[in-house]
Design a protein around this ligand. Structure first.
Ligand SMILES: [Zn+2]
Length: 94
């Protein structure tokens, strides 16, 4: 969440974009003794959208960013804001 929405005025596309972003993150790289890596506690230090191009038009000249007021502002920036949801976790027993 917190990602902006886009719209291509050229073709009306709302759902297919190639988004080029620059992300600086810091993360805890947790290796097993076998050398297997698990990346944990990833924190986004900075996030910048470099380019957005419409998948159908092949360019981003008609792409506009939708006003965030509709989607409701939700700034990512609080500590502990991580995506660690495990779908299918057996939390409910009937
Ligand atoms: Zn388009």
């Amino acid at each position: 969440m917190g990602a902006p929405r886009y719209r291509c005025d050229g073709c009306g596309n709302l759902t297919r974009f190639d988004v080029t972003t620059t992300r600086r993150t810091t993360a805890f790289h947790h290796y097993t003794v076998g050398g297997e890596l698990r990346v944990e506690e990833e924190t986004v230090l900075s996030h910048h959208v470099d380019a957005v191009s419409c998948r159908w038009c092949g360019h981003g000249r008609s792409v506009v960013e939708l006003a965030e007021s509709e989607a409701g502002r939700s700034d990512v920036g609080g500590p502990g804001e991580q995506e660690h949801q495990e779908p299918g976790a057996a939390s409910r027993v009937t």
